[in-house]
Design a protein around this ligand. Structure first.
Ligand SMILES: CCCCCCCC/C=C\CCCC(=O)SCCNC(=O)CCNC(=O)[C@H](O)C(C)(C)COP(=O)(O)OP(=O)(O)OC[C@H]1O[C@@H](n2cnc3c(N)ncnc32)[C@H](O)[C@@H]1OP(=O)(O)O
Ligand SMILES: Cc1cc2nc3c(=O)[nH]c(=O)nc-3n(C[C@H](O)[C@H](O)[C@H](O)COP(=O)(O)OP(=O)(O)OC[C@H]3O[C@@H](n4cnc5c(N)ncnc54)[C@H](O)[C@@H]3O)c2cc1C
Length: 692
């Protein structure tokens, strides 16, 4: 990359150097970082990760050094080039799906093929018959066809039942006719549709024999495979610049009576019979929404990694960044020199950042558990057993909402914790934050999704006064039985350290959730409150329930398990007392900090007293102290390489200032010679500054 300004090479940052500060932090850790990394990822995944990282880092096409200076069109071209490159590398190195995902995560830029991977392929896989998979999935896996997922319309997104695009069965020709009846029915937002995809999953209302059967998925070829022009009757375009995600061509699409073969209705669950147009019902009405359940589970997992990334940048930077001298406890170098204090030593910075580390671990562990629950559901459903679907839908909806909300808030908190440099693109926060942001909206707006979770819980409570649940069908709300049946109990905490007891934490969270549910059911059943009038309460219920799940899963991860149910990762964790100790502090901080942020509900439930809430604050402060020596090591353990972070502030080696000035010298604006004469029409002089 070209530099436009020569920086005097004799200048170095004043002592102590960032590398020295980070080394000091790392030497303070009470546990083995490599061991924790293994406990997070397992040896097999970690070695694959390292192998793939090596390939990507040395590939000139995937070099990221230029991207902070690019505008949209240039960035989009870069994204297309890198998407193609990953596919080529996958073929060369024979990467499987998991390895492909690792590469995409490391390259870290949504691209024109992203939705092909994340939604088009999973939809055919989940909703197609074997014959349909042969016809569409195999060429799609080979990237002979590129697809997108067009569900949302200009006038409807959240309300899937309200979609207007129609797909009408024509018995005479055994075809469906896809049509856009109004402007509001224009397909809108689909990623990859704008300029790239030649096929699309189109969610359209199935009309057969004059009956409207609601939205169903259809495969529609939308562009010519040779000319890449839209096919007759189809109008397509990119929807224009966005808040972020500009490396993906989100598109719009209009259909004018476009015919597709009946075969193209994805028919694993529901079918239309040739000629008669008879409709065969699916075993569960919502199976056509299956891709959303899958992607929501992935969003939960990704939220943990996004938090780890934000924490890595801000914690490392805070260890290097020094401001003021803390006179009561100054930072003294080995040579006796008093220097400014690292901002990580200010308790306010710790209170802002350490809970983000804790959120990262909490959500990472729940992400693993939800991924396993999803796999269990897929396994059962392949045998015709859909009994887990309702619980899975409820928990993925609420957790997608809660975890992506937490991530968005915390990424911004971490960015702000980096002060002015957090506002620079070189921080590594700008595109990361912008691209992360839509996770709160796509795959279901976060407020709407909480209604799904609360409704499931409230219905379960209403169906039976005893809340008679079966643990195998309602695993995520089974806990509530215990608390609902005993509403008058009080919290047993008498000293701050009692808050460290996991049983105490679960009881506090359990009672608060049960209290909110019982109150809402009373309002709805006995006071005839409308659903709309209860939406704020409903949101609280979903959040309370999902916070319980996060705390419960973290505690579960740290509890000894029977050795045969333990995988390699858990074995590493349970065989290491130092890992268990540090993660217990992290778990406590997550549980207690989250409690403090929602204190009014815990107090309102009557389970926790104001006196106990004072003790809670004392214990939080204690947890922050426990974590302090391990803060850098805890973020290092996530093993997020510099190639991914692309951050001057969060570099592993702490060379923050050297990188800031080097990257600034490469700003292309520094390479043009302006004509600043106000009376001249020219903006630039003809002589271009020499490149260095
Ligand atoms: C490799 C993967 C990487 C992934 C990384 C992420 C990158 C992805 C990048 C971009 C992707 C962006 C793509 C999109 O955004 S696609 C569009 C997504 N759109 C939505 O999510 C729309 C949200 N809306 C809905 O889902 C629904 O409209 C609804 C809000 C759930 C309401 O649905 P509806 O009106 O039909 O239903 P009801 O509320 O009346 O409920 C009826 C019963 O059905 C149950 N239900 C609802 N949804 C589901 C489901 N998905 N699965 C199972 N069951 C479901 C509901 O609970 C009701 O049950 P009951 O028993 O109470 O009758
Ligand atoms: C970057 C990006 C990429 C996307 N990619 C795709 C894609 O590939 N394919 C695709 O099909 N879609 C895609 N989408 C669309 C996305 O799925 C929808 O935007 C999302 O589902 C929200 O729907 P909406 O836009 O209709 O919001 P609306 O439903 O219009 O929401 C507007 C506001 O109204 C509130 N609201 C609405 N209904 C209710 C209610 N019943 N109760 C309480 N509050 C309510 C919401 O909370 C929200 O605050 C993408 C969106 C973005 C931003």
């Amino acid at each position: 990359m070209t530099s436009y300004i020569k920086i005097p090479s004799h200048l170095t940052p004043s002592d102590p150097q960032g590398s020295e500060l980070l080394a000091r932090e790392r030497s303070k850790a009470t546990f083995d970082v490599n061991e924790l990394t293994l406990a997070l990822y397992g040896s097999e995944e970690l070695s694959r990760f390292k192998k793939i990282l090596k390939i990507l880092e040395s590939d000139p096409i995937l070099d990221k050094s230029n991207i902070y200076y690019m505008g949209r069109t240039e960035l989009f071209k870069y994204a297309l080039r890198k998407d193609k490159r990953i596919i080529q590398l996958a073929a060369t190195h024979k990467w499987n799906v998991d390895e492909f995902k690792i590469a995409s995560r490391l390259v870290d830029m949504s691209g024109p093929y992203s939705i092909h991977q994340s939604m088009f392929l999973p939809t055919i896989l989940g909703q197609g018959t074997e014959e349909q998979k042969r016809k569409f999935l195999n060429p799609a896996i080979r990237h002979e066809i590129i697809g997108c997922y067009a569900q949302t319309e200009l006038g409807h997104g959240s309300n899937v039942q309200g979609l207007e695009t129609t797909s009408t069965y024509i018995p005479e020709t055994d075809e469906f006719e896809i049509h856009t009846p109004h402007l509001t029915a224009a397909k809108w937002w689909a990623g990859g549709l704008g300029r790239t995809a030649n096929h699309s999953v189109v969610m359209a209302r199935l009309i057969t024999n004059g009956q409207d059967k609601g939205p169903h998925p259809f495969i529609v070829q939308i562009r010519d495979l040779t000319t890449h022009e839209p096919l007759p009757g189809i109008t397509i375009g990119d929807i224009g610049p966005k808040f972020g995600f500009n490396t993906t061509d989100n598109g719009f699409m209009l259909f004018d009576h476009v015919r597709i073969p009946r075969f193209n209705m994805l028919s694993k669950f529901s079918k239309v019979t040739k000629g008669t147009g008879e409709y065969k019902n699916p075993p569960n009405e919502k199976l056509s929404y299956g891709t959303m359940v899958f992607v929501r589970s992935v969003i939960i997992f990704n939220a943990g990694l996004a938090l780890a990334r934000a924490a890595t940048i801000s914690v490392r930077y805070s260890a290097v960044r020094r401001q003021f001298v803390d006179k009561e406890n100054p930072m003294i170098l080995p040579n006796g020199q008093v220097v400014e204090t690292a901002v990580l030593d200010y308790t306010m910075q710790q209170y802002r950042l350490f809970p983000v580390i804790a959120q990262a671990y909490a959500i990472y562990f729940t992400g693993e558990i939800i991924t396993n629950l999803y796999k269990q559901y897929i396994d059962q459903s392949s045998r015709g057993d859909f009994s887990l679907l309702a619980d899975l839908h409820a928990s993925t909806s609420g957790l997608k909402s809660l975890t992506s909300d937490i991530a968005v808030d915390s990424i911004e908190d971490c960015r702000r914790s980096c002060g002015g440099h957090g506002y620079s693109n070189f921080s590594g926060f700008t595109r990361f934050y912008q691209d992360y942001l839509p996770n709160t909206t796509w795959e279901g707006d976060n407020y709407i999704l909480t209604q799904q979770t609360a409704r499931y819980i409230i219905h379960s409570k209403q169906q039976s006064e005893e809340f008679s649940l079966r643990s195998n069908e309602s695993p995520t709300i089974f806990y509530m039985l215990r608390y609902l049946s005993n509403p008058s109990q009080k919290c047993t905490v008498i000293s701050p350290s009692d808050f460290k007891n996991p049983e105490v934490q679960l009881a506090i969270y359990g009672y608060r959730a049960a209290y909110l549910i019982a109150r809402a059911v009373d309002q709805i059943d006995n006071h005839k409150k409308s659903w709309n009038s209860m939406l704020v309460e409903i949101n609280r219920i979903s959040r309370a329930h999902c916070q319980y799940i996060l705390v419960h899963n973290f505690i579960l991860t740290l509890q000894p398990q029977t050795s045969d149910s333990m995988n390699e990762k858990r074995r590493i964790l349970h065989n290491s007392p130092s890992l268990k100790t540090v993660l217990t502090s992290v778990c406590n901080l997550f549980a207690l900090h989250t409690m403090e942020k929602n204190l009014s509900e815990f107090l309102e439930s009557g389970y926790l007293s104001p006196k106990q809430s004072e003790m809670l604050r004392v214990q939080i402060s204690e947890s922050l102290n426990e974590i302090r020596p391990n803060a850098v090591a805890l973020v290092d353990a996530f093993y997020l390489p510099d190639y991914l972070l692309n951050s001057a502030l969060g570099r592993y080696d702490g060379k923050v200032y050297e990188t800031m000035i080097e990257w600034a010298s490469k700003e292309p604006l520094n390479g043009i010679t302006l004509d600043i004469n106000p009376y001249s029409e020219k903006l630039f002089r003809n002589d271009v500054k020499a490149k260095i």
